[in-house]
Design a protein. Structure first.
Length: 414
């Protein structure tokens, strides 16, 4: 890993050796990975990437860890699909959907976990853990099972049944905490200080976060090493949004893009948990924590760790942040499914509905090339689309007459 130098405090710049640590001893700021950009420029090329595997490990020269011995779990390199029907419904021009439902546990969290796990193995860690809003639990449990590690995943007790069942199935210790995600996260920080475990999004967070950059890398490679004009990204802790922006910038720094990217970054939140959207709308310098109340549970973080970085990214790139209602979320899920044949979870509903809102407000424009990040699969949040429109179109007797009566438009001469 010649291209990885140190961990560096994102606030005061103090440097630390590579280790499972995440806060600065001097200012308590979050740590990030510092790379040797010159070394990266010298080794990575569009050709070296194209020769790599169809997974996040094709970007190994841009990641803080070598691929693990068994990199056969196909994480990442998901389809980027042109979404013309969606675009025309929204009055937009060129829209693409990055379909990250197509990961081993059906969310983008497989990316961040793959990087955190590889680093955990390098550190000799035997137990993988996390504080999760749902998808991270799935990804940690599955990846730990495959690597033969023990796992402990901590979740808010009111999580969707599907997300609990699809975590327990991998043999994880599932700890349902009577509280919201912010309570779970605080408890995990305390446990992390006592155990020699690797918490994917706590003491392994500097490495975990780097995994999100692969979404920007893939988007650009799949666009023929160009960049979008505008991206719309769901926001929970704000890490994904911050790292997608950083990922595009990194591609330029290491010489993979011809021009400095000017990607506008917009965020998507549910109105029932919209601390970052609220600060943006109020033009405020302070993000006030909230108590989440939304069907978009995967985004229900009331006190977002990377909220300020996300806010800066949106402001600096002249994007916007929408806060959409639960009804708009459900309509967003349906709109994406009906126009593009992609079934996203509630977070995807938030993202689609936010794109719709931002398009109506003129923040996202018809002359822009737009990429929408669909980060999790709809089968995990089926309850959100129960009710009208989710059952059969008609229930009929097993006769041709009954069919004709129920669907007269299908009959000749009518
Ligand atoms: C975790 C998650 C996000 C965003 O997470 P950040 O904490 O902002 O990095 C987005 N979509 C889904 C489906 C998620 O599970
Ligand atoms: Zn510091």
């Amino acid at each position: 890993m010649a291209h990885v130098q140190t961990l560096v405090c994102r606030e005061c710049g103090h440097q630390y050796p590579i280790a499972p640590i995440y806060t600065c001893e001097f200012c308590f700021g979050p740590l990030g990975v510092a790379y040797d950009t010159e070394a990266q420029r010298a080794t990575v090329s569009r050709e070296s990437i194209a020769a790599g595997p169809p997974s996040i490990w094709r970007y190994r020269d841009l990641l803080p860890v070598d691929p693990p011995g068994d990199a056969s779990a196909r994480v990442g390199y998901t389809p980027l699909v042109r979404a013309d029907r969606l675009a025309s419904e929204l009055g937009l021009g060129e829209v693409w959907v990055k379909d990250d439902t197509r990961n081993p546990t059906n969310s983008f969290k497989d990316r961040v976990v793959a990087v955190a796990l590889a680093k955990a193995l390098e550190f000799g860690i035997k137990t993988l853990a996390c504080a999760s809003t749902g998808n991270l639990a799935n990804a940690v449990a599955a990846a730990a099972a495959r690597a033969g590690l023990t796992s402990y995943v901590f979740i808010p007790a009111d999580l969707e049944f599907a997300k609990i069942a699809t975590t327990a199935i991998y043999g994880a210790n599932v700890v349902a905490v009577d509280g919201n995600y912010d309570d779970v996260n605080r408890l995990c920080a305390e446990i992390a200080a006592e155990q020699s475990w690797g918490f994917a999004n706590i003491n392994l967070r500097p490495f975990y976060a780097e995994g999100s950059k692969t979404l920007a890398y893939e988007t650009s490679e799949q666009l023929g090493w160009e960049t979008p004009d505008h991206v719309v990204v769901p926001v929970a802790s704000g890490s994904l949004l911050t790292k997608i922006r950083a990922g595009f910038d990194d591609l330029f720094s290491v010489g993979l893009l011809n021009e400095k990217p000017g990607v506008r970054i917009s965020g998507a939140q549910a109105q029932g948990c919209s601390p970052v959207a609220t600060a943006f709308a109020d033009n405020a310098q302070v993000i006030n924590p909230v108590k989440p109340a939304t069907i978009a549970k995967s985004l229900a973080i009331g006190n977002p760790a990377d909220g300020y970085h996300a806010l800066d990214a949106v402001r600096e790139t002249r994007g916007g942040i929408a806060a959409v209602t639960d009804d708009e979320i459900v309509e967003g899920i349906r709109l994406l499914a009906r126009t593009e044949g992609i079934f996203g979870e509630t977070a995807a509903g938030v993202t689609v509905a936010s794109l719709k809102r931002l398009a109506e407000e003129g923040v996202v424009r018809p002359d822009e090339r737009v990429v929408l990040y669909v980060t999790g699969h709809g089968l995990k949040t089926l309850d959100a689309v129960a009710g009208p429109g989710s059952g059969p179109t008609a229930v009929i007797a097993p006769t041709r007459q009954a069919f004709a009566d129920a669907f007269p438009e299908t009959q000749p001469g009518r």
